[in-house]
Each structure stands twice: as C-alpha cells, then as structure tokens.
Design a protein around this ligand. Structure first.
Ligand code: ADP
Ligand code: MG
Length: 207
C-alpha cells in the first residue's frame, strides 16, 4: 500500500501544497492533473523521496523509479551504459532487450546527445522499467513530442505497465492521457494547491 499524506509543502513563504491525501496499491495507476505551476512536480518529488522537506507522511515501497519532465541521462555514457550503470544487476543481454522493447536497440552504442528527444524519452522509460520498480513516478513524459510520437510513447507505457504492474503516478495536463492510463484521476488547483476533483477513469480502461 502506498499512502500519501502531504499536509503542507512550502518554499520559504510560498505555500505550494496543502492537504494532498490519497492511497493506492501496487499495480494501480493514478493520474494527477492540474495547470502549469500548480505543484505537480513538487508533489512527485515528495512522493519519490527526492525532497523530504514537508509536513506530512508518505509510505512508499523501496524500489522506486522516476521519469522526469526532461529526460535525465548520463551524457558521456553510451545508451546501453545508461541502463547498465544504473542497474548493475542487469546483464548486457537484458539491457539490450530492454532497449529492444522500447525500440532503440540500434542506438545502444551512441551517446544520449545523439538521440532525438523521442528516443531520449524512450531510453528514460526503458531505464525506469528495467529496475522493475514497485512504484513508478512519471512527470509529463509525453510533453513536447509531436502527436504521433506521443501516441507511440503512450502505447509503449501502457504495455510496459501491463507487463511490470507497478504502482504508477502519472502527472499530465492531458485529461485524455489520464483517462487512458489511470484508474483514478486527481485534479489539483489553487494556491496552495489542494485536490479539487477526484474522478474514476472511463470503464474498460482501468489499469
Ligand atoms: P508544476 O509541475 O505543476 O508545473 P511545480 O511543482 O514545478 O509545478 O511548481 C509549483 C510551484 O512551486 C511554482 O510556483 C514554483 O515556482 C515553485 N517551486 C518549485 N520548485 C521550487 C524550488 N526548488 N524552489 C522554490 N520554488 C519552487
Ligand atoms: Mg512540472
């Protein structure tokens, strides 16, 4: 069980989050919607444990992966080393099949800077799933991709979630994306942000 209870998060005088509470289980996907600047990325950093300065309590599993808004990759390491250095338990064969699964195996020997944005995002996704996380936190992973590429990435994410069955928290400002991937959606608004709406995704599309 994953329990999020953020009573208050502030940066100095600026209070960003207030009383954000929800629970989820491993294997379940929750989407978080809200306008730019509302505090979605801030919430994800708390959930992932990257930022620990807040009032409240978060219960999470040990094995967590996060995919950031902008892909965070090791620039001077090859594509395959970006997997094997982060997951030393992964043999090069398993690393290669993770790249194959995300459609970038032919880029294994290149540097991340030699990849398109879409390919960099695929690498970040491959790396996140390769550790078989119990909790996966995705921060707008499809933003600034063209529609066809965003659709490819969305379908890929859907398949990888089905195969790996982690708990997923997906931040997006697309309600269509949220409804497609998530069982339930939370909408944040206000300053400080609170949950202003909670709704179930369309039937038949539950994760
Ligand atoms: P979103 O991801 O929803 O676009 P963010 O979580 O990035 O929003 O930001 C929410 C608010 O918190 C913004 O007003 C932003 O300026 C502020 N903020 C985020 N990170 C920091 C930080 N490290 N220091 C100070 N303020 C921050
Ligand atoms: Mg953000």
């Amino acid at each position: 069980m994953i329990r999020i209870d953020v009573r208050r998060k502030a940066f100095g005088e600026e209070e960003v989050l207030r009383d954000i509470r929800f629970e989820m289980e491993i294997g379940e996907t929750v989407a978080i919607l809200g306008p730019s600047g509302v505090g979605k990325s801030t919430l994800l950093r708390l959930v992932a444990g990257i930022d620990t300065a807040f009032e409240g309590e978060i219960t999470r599993p040990e094995n967590i992966a996060m995919v950031f808004q902008e892909p965070v990759l090791l620039p001077w390491r090859s594509v395959i080393e970006n997997l094997t250095l982060v997951h030393p338990q992964l043999g090069s064969q398993a690393a290669l099949s993770a790249l194959e699964r995300t459609g970038i195996a032919d880029r294994a020997g290149l540097f991340p800077g030699q990849l398109s944005l879409g390919q960099q995002r695929r690498l970040a996704l491959a790396r996140a799933f390769a550790g078989r996380p119990e909790l996966l936190v995705l921060d707008e992973p499809y933003v600034s991709l063209d529609p066809a590429m965003a659709e490819d990435m969305l379908a890929l994410t859907e398949a990888l979630i089905a195969e790996t069955a982690p708990a997923v928290i997906l931040v997006t400002h697309s309600e269509a994306e949220a409804r497609r991937l998530a069982r339930s959606c939370l909408r944040l608004a206000g300053k400080p942000a609170t949950i202003i709406e909670e709704f179930a995704a369309a039937p038949g599309r539950a994760s």
